[in-house]
Design a protein around this ligand. Structure first.
Ligand code: ZN
Length: 128
């Protein structure tokens, strides 16, 4: 046992590399969700405005159903984006609290490949 065998792993000084990259990933997904919300909010306003312009038509508007469909679809995407943002914010709170990556139901660690696919996952694959 010589002193020459002693070496330090560079990663040892970091608290938890997995958590650090999860924070980065969540921050970027959160920015992306915020961007989607801005975009969809503007898109929805455009659709509503556009549908007002065509209400003067006496003829039954053949585009009416398309507008309604687009409006419903955009507003559902907007709901999804808001939900994503909420989930990502909750995941950030768990990172701060040190409970990130722990299944909220069974208390076991959530698999890294699951967290990789779904950084805001609250439950492990068995409890999902
Ligand atoms: Zn679980």
């Amino acid at each position: 046992m010589g002193s020459g065998s002693f070496h330090v792993e560079p990663d040892m000084t970091l608290p938890e590399p997995g958590v650090a990259s999860a924070r980065e990933r969540i921050a970027s997904e959160r920015a992306d969700a915020a961007h989607r919300i801005d975009f969809l909010t503007a898109r929805l306003a455009d659709i509503v405005e556009g549908s007002h312009l065509s209400t003067d038509d006496d003829e039954h508007d053949p585009e009416g159903s398309t507008v309604a469909f687009e409006r419903a679809q955009t507003s559902s995407l907007l709901d999804d984006a808001r939900r994503d943002l909420d989930e990502l914010a909750a995941a950030e709170r768990r990172l701060d609290a040190g409970t990130y990556g722990v299944c909220e139901k069974c208390g076991r660690p959530i698999g890294p490949e699951r967290l990789d696919a779904l950084p805001a996952a609250r439950r492990c694959i068995d409890c999902a």
